[in-house]
Ligand binder design. Structure first.
Ligand code: HEC
Ligand code: HEC
Length: 508
């Protein structure tokens, strides 16, 4: 009940803010769709997903809409709806069902388990329990000497698996994973020059040695960290930005002394993207480890999160070490009635039966590419306009690049071509000098589009890669390193200006 009241509070606030626009007389009911301004160059920023990729809706459903052209095309709409179900459904182990194929070892049963409400961000939690629908954290075990490189190891898959289908055993027992949120005091004693104060927290993740399946794995020489989800909406539009434009942005920022030497490196993806084979600069995930949507975090997740095989991935996301340990395990041998050799061969096989059909996967990608971006709000409000100016003056736009125009020939979906979009990101990595950053020492600039709706859609405003920031203010105050001059400008603003800047962020 409390959360419903909270949502209504926000909606009412929101409606009041919009009342001028509508000449509105009934502030309780936010009727945003009627505010759809006719598209024009001057009003382009109301359409962060471009003319074709934006929906005018500001309620709890704001992050899960199809782009308008999908709604208008019966065949595309059918594919979108089937694809959406693959995102939402929990996969099962039973064979021959619509969503079969879970396991033998896995991370979650569904995408939505980590991307609740389609992903503003998941929620900060105190306990690492993958049955908790608010917990969108990925657990990473890494080598602290090479935090950005340790994507996978001999023992663990890059994204650590904590679940298994019986009789198999999980590589890590979740009960032995501990999350703590510790207070942090910055060099200014958490105080603005004007005397106002703030508080900051950061996570500490530990994993008990006895929670680890592998006897010869020494946790004391390793570290663990958590990473939270990024939004799903609009990723098709980010995919449609050309490689040339991305490389040009990188060159520009390097010439200004930003992100020295850390472009999301050119990744060799030969053969993995049917539309654009070859090498591309990374643009997806916090570390820019994925370059195109067709070999991106979503298209991989539909295979590796659940371990559901498909025609182009007829093998498991699994380590050899795990397969060895499981095949030698007497409990597993007994339950399966198979020998060590048979179990090992099956776990490591590259010719397993596909569990997901190609049609399902293709529909999934239609959905993935065309989830729309919610429209900006209140852009004519004087305070929001002031906030926009301050956002530029504080240098935020150096990294949170307001707009891009997508390539003119985007092959997978022509409607995503030539769109002027407003994601507020350069899609490049920066060192923000975060205290205890976990594995993410350099991090891609997170898109800011649509985030202002998080309290309405998801009931919270937790941000940054590990959700240590509880609101916009804290997110900004964690900006150090390359972004320190920018944060200093924010800290030195009068209170009204800090508020105006945040109101701008809430509106885009
Ligand atoms: C275990 C939790 C978890 C599950 C389940 C999960 N994701 Fe994610 N996802 C994440 C995290 C964490 C990130 C951000 C971290 C990163 O990618 O570096 C992310 C990032 C993404 C992104 C990247 C957005 C961007 O801007 O780079 C997309 C797209 C995505 N996920 C889609 C999916 C889809 C589709 C599924 C299901 C097939 C899925 N995810 C399942 C945790 C999850
Ligand atoms: C040097 C580049 C840089 C500058 C300058 C910069 N940012 Fe960021 N910003 C980032 C990066 C990188 C992240 C992701 C950090 C993370 O998640 O740990 C980020 C994250 C954020 C987030 C959190 C978004 C989310 O969903 O997690 C907000 C809000 C934000 N920045 C606002 C601002 C504002 C406001 C300014 C100006 C005062 C600013 N940033 C200046 C690079 C920058």
């Amino acid at each position: 009940m409390k959360s419903i009241q909270f949502v209504w509070g926000i909606l009412i606030l929101f409606a009041v803010a919009c009342a001028d626009e509508k000449g509105g007389d009934n502030p309780e009911i936010p009727e945003l769709p009627s505010n759809r301004p006719p598209y024009s160059e001057e009003r382009a920023e109301w359409y962060p997903g471009g003319e074709n990729g934006t929906v005018f809706i500001a309620n709890t459903m704001a992050y899960q809409q199809a782009m308008p052209f999908v709604d208008a095309d019966a065949e595309l709409y059918r594919a979108f709806m089937r694809g959406e179900r693959l995102f939402e459904k929990s996969f099962v182990t039973t064979e021959g069902m619509g969503y079969s194929g879970l396991g033998p070892v896995y991370i979650r049963k569904s995408c939505i388990a980590c991307h609740p409400s389609y992903g503003g961000r998941s929620k900060r939690v105190d306990k690492f329990d993958t049955n908790d629908s608010r917990n969108g954290y990925l657990l990473m075990i890494y080598d602290p000497n090479t935090p950005n490189l340790a994507l996978a190891s001999k023992y663990f898959t890059g994204m650590t698996q904590t679940r298994a289908v019986e009789p198999y055993k999980a590589p890590i027992n979740e009960a032995g994973v501990h999350l703590e949120w510790l207070p942090y005091t910055d060099e200014y004693g958490n105080t603005y020059p004007d005397g106002a104060t703030y508080s900051l927290i950061y996570p500490k993740v530990t994993v008990d040695q006895h929670a680890i399946l592998f006897e010869d794995f020494d946790m004391s020489k390793h570290a663990a960290s958590i990473e939270a989800t990024i939004g799903i909406y609009g990723v098709g539009l980010l995919d449609a930005i050309s490689d040339e434009d991305l490389r040009a942005q990188y060159a520009l920022e390097q010439s200004r002394g930003y992100c020295p030497g850390i472009i999301g490196a050119d990744i060799d993806e030969t053969g993995l993207n049917p539309y654009y084979p070859g090498k591309h600069p990374g643009r997806f995930t916090y570390l820019c480890t994925r370059a195109t949507l067709d070999n991106g975090p979503g298209s991989n997740a539909i295979w590796n999160i659940t371990n559901v095989t498909r025609p182009d991935r007829r093998y498991h996301y699994i380590t050899e070490e795990y397969s060895k340990v499981m095949s030698k395990d007497p409990d597993v041998q007994k339950a399966l009635g198979q020998t060590e050799e048979e179990i090992f061969a099956n776990l490591m096989s590259k010719e397993l039966k596909p569990e997901m059909t190609q049609e399902d996967y293709d529909d999934f990608m239609v959905w993935h590419r065309t989830v729309a971006v919610p429209a900006a709000r209140n852009m004519d409000d004087e305070k929001v306009k002031k906030g926009k100016t301050l956002f530029a003056e504080a240098g935020c736009i150096a990294c949170h690049k307001p707009s891009w125009t997508t390539r003119s020939d985007y092959k997978p979906e022509a409607k995503l071509s030539n769109q002027k979009i407003y994601p507020y990101t350069d899609l490049l990595r920066h060192d923000l000098g975060l205290y205890e950053p976990g594995r993410v020492q350099v991090c891609r600039t997170t898109p800011l589009w649509g985030r202002g709706l998080m309290p309405v859609v998801s009931g919270h405003s937790d941000m940054l890669h590990d959700l240590r920031a509880r609101n916009y203010e804290e997110a900004i105050l964690w900006h150090n390193g390359e972004a320190k001059p920018s944060k200093e400008k924010f800290r030195n603003m009068p209170k009204e200006d800090r508020e105006a800047l945040i109101q701008f962020l809430q509106s885009i």
